[in-house]
Design a binder for this molecule. Structure first.
Ligand code: MG
Length: 157
């Protein structure tokens, strides 16, 4: 059975925090605030997986403010969502990161490889795109960062 999922997440930036996106640490003066590592890409990917399986969302499933998730790598949410969804296989995944900073163009390949590894699929099945926000609103002013993910999965019987 082929199922589509969509996810969205946004976090404000704070100074002096690591900036981890799609599991890749990116050089930045600011990082996404959050209880876990604040990785908006993996949070949106988690919601896309849960969405494809109609299993709720990251907040309802994981209670993301629970003590065990403090500074947790967000790959754990993805791994657990995959388990809940019955280990679906990814057909393709398309990620868009929205925000004025940091500069991400040099990290596209590492982010594609990181997502592909988490989903046990080939890098050719993972697209990562960047949009600056064109100066509009909080994202366009570099006050935070957001990600959307749309993904197609093949779920077992
Ligand atoms: Mg989040």
């Amino acid at each position: 059975m082929i199922r589509i999922g969509h996810g969205y997440d946004a976090h404000p930036f704070v100074a002096g925090r690591r900036c981890v996106l799609a599991g890749v640490e990116v050089p930045s003066e600011v990082g996404p605030d959050g209880h876990s590592d604040g990785d908006v890409v993996l949070h949106a990917l988690t919601d896309a997986i849960l969405g494809a399986a109609a299993q709720g969302d990251i907040g309802s499933v994981f209670g993301t403010t629970r003590p065990e998730w403090r500074d947790a790598p967000s790959s754990r949410f993805v791994e657990e969502a995959l388990r809940l969804a019955g280990a679906p296989s990814a057909v393709n995944v398309d990620v868009t990161v929205v925000g004025a900073r940091p500069r991400l163009a040099d990290h596209r390949q590492a982010m594609r490889e990181s997502v592909a590894r988490l989903l046990s699929t080939g890098v050719e099945n993972v697209s990562v795109k960047f949009s600056s926000g064109n100066g509009l609103g909080e994202l366009g002013r570099g006050e935070g960062i957001a990600a959307t993910v749309v993904a197609l999965f093949e779920l077992g019987p």
